[in-house]
Design a protein around this ligand. Structure first.
Ligand SMILES: [Zn+2]
Length: 309
């Protein structure tokens, strides 16, 4: 019979600049947290750094836990190799298999947007909702879908990746849209990311401001900034309505830097009804609870609490 103190879950957030580990107990409480810099450009050193963090957590807590990993990119189901990570030394590597070797147990791994959605669906803003669409609005735009407490992971491992769909119901002045790094023009990400808002403001208002400055000046009554924020909200409403017409989630939880704009949670639900194919909309638009911690928390939630036997 395992001792009570072995019943914890380890979540690892593997990012381009830092690696963080978090241990959650059976009640979802934090028991251990540590952060180190990501070894730059060195895949083997990155694996060792993760193994050391796991060791440190287990020495501190006395026992062994399950290990979940969240990281940008996704693992190809066909090849088992990571792709699309912004830490390019990780791409093309069988990271799951290698981590299982160095840590000595099965690990679960998924992308950071899925971790965000799982964290918020498990004990965050979307707790209790059957279907949660988690959205990251930051430097990039991504998302993840959680159904009944589990990440919806399709055969291509891309469920929820809406940022590289085109902006729906485009107006004439929105076509073809800005080129996106993915090779297409006018992706949702080119409108709804922080750089997208800044670009739009630069094009329309003729001034170069940071996202933070645009939002702050809008709240202070600057007309041009308020107009840019209004365009942003209307585009977000359209982009979310498009998802709602397919998925009809109970809750949409926003994360990433732009999710801290409080006006979104009032204004966007007032707008999205125009495009949602329903006479009324009961979907809740919610601000994240765990914020930056959702990466490690969601990674930990990748494993259920082990039943005591
Ligand atoms: Zn794109």
């Amino acid at each position: 019979m395992p001792a009570a103190n072995t019943r914890f879950r380890l979540g690892v957030d593997l990012g381009g600049t830092k690696i963080e580990i978090l241990a959650l107990d059976a009640q979802g409480g934090e028991r251990f947290r540590q952060r180190v810099a990501t070894p730059q450009g060195d895949y083997d050193a990155t694996l060792r750094a993760i193994a050391t963090l796991v060791q440190n957590a287990e020495s501190a807590l006395g026992g062994s836990g399950t290990v979940g990993i969240g990281t940008p990119g996704s693992i190809s189901r066909a090849t088992g190799l990571l792709r699309g990570s912004n830490s390019v030394c990780m791409n093309g590597k069988p990271i799951q298999r290698d981590l299982e070797r160095v840590i000595g147990r099965a690990v679960r791994i998924t992308n950071d947007a899925n971790c965000f959605a799982l964290s918020e669906a498990s004990d965050g803003a979307g707790r209790g909702a059957a279907v949660v669409f988690g959205v990251i609005l930051g430097t990039g735009v991504g998302g993840g879908i959680v159904v009944g407490g589990r990440i919806l992971d399709g055969p291509n491992a891309i469920a929820g990746e809406w940022g590289h769909n085109p902006l729906p119901w485009p107006r004439d002045d929105e076509r073809p849209g800005a080129p996106c790094f993915c090779g297409h023009d006018g992706c949702i990400e080119t409108f709804l990311s922080g750089p997208g808002l800044e670009r739009d403001h630069r094009l329309v208002a003729g001034e170069t401001l940071t996202t933070h400055a645009i939002v702050e000046r809008a709240t202070q009554g600057d007309a041009a900034c308020a107009a840019s924020l209004a365009r942003y909200e209307e585009r977000l409403a359209r982009a979310l309505a498009h998802v709602m017409n397919i998925l009809d989630p109970d809750a949409i939880v926003l994360g990433g830097g732009l999710s801290n704009i409080d006006a979104l949670y009032v204004d966007v639900p007032n707008l999205w009804g125009e495009w949602v194919f329903s006479d009324r909309v009961d979907t809740r638009l919610l601000k994240h609870v765990h914020g930056d911690a959702s990466g490690v928390r969601g990674a930990a939630w990748l494993w259920p609490i082990a039943s005591q036997n």
